[in-house]
Design a protein around this ligand. Sequence first.
Ligand code: DC
Length: 231
Amino acid sequence: MAAEGQAAVVTIDGPSGAGKSTISRLLAARLGFTYLDTGAMYRAVALAVARQGVDPNDAAALDRCLETIELELRPQENDDVLVCLNGEDVSAAIRTPEMALAASRISAYPRVRSKLTQLQRELAARGGVVVEGRDMGTVVFPWAAHKFYLDASPAERTRRRCEQLRQRGENPDYQEIMAQIKKRDLDDSQRDLAPLKPADDAVIVESSTMTPEAVVEFMLARIRNLVTRSS
Ligand code: DC
């Protein structure tokens, strides 16, 4: 599956709200792999930067801030993963629309990307892993044998995000959420460094009319087909 000495990695990239987290978790469980949410890492860095009041354009201050950041992803028994920033559980604090936009902004900075890219490679080296993000198949794990690009229409992604927020007891405004999703799509795909785009060898999955289970079955079939053909 992977090149010699490299762990088995399945990459899932795609725009916000495409269902990457749900699919990555389900797929990881089916494969007996762990799951790595790299968006959560960018969100945690954005939280640290905001809390420390650092101007990300001040390279020296950003470097100092990055040095203070200790990130840990702690898998729980219920398949959840706690995101810990310097030992503090920030899993809830990073899941706000403000932190999503802040993460998108901070992710354009080269220093932030190189720190997190290195950490992501270290974490993935421990064993089979499903990694989700924006640049998994293009930049962080270009050698991965199985790459997917998960997409859905902006309307469907907005509907899913609103549903998620309602389940958390919030009362989202559809138009506002749609505007946030479109802004992040644009920012994430137009930045110079590691922009959101499908890897040339990624399988594109347009999931607007698919259930999560159908997406996972489709991915498993692709993975098994490739493994069978190459063995
Ligand atoms: O997947 P998410 O919504 O939690 O990601 C938040 C932001 O982090 C996203 O808008 C862009 C950035 N990000 C990135 O640049 N590269 C990744 N691999 C993952 C996320």
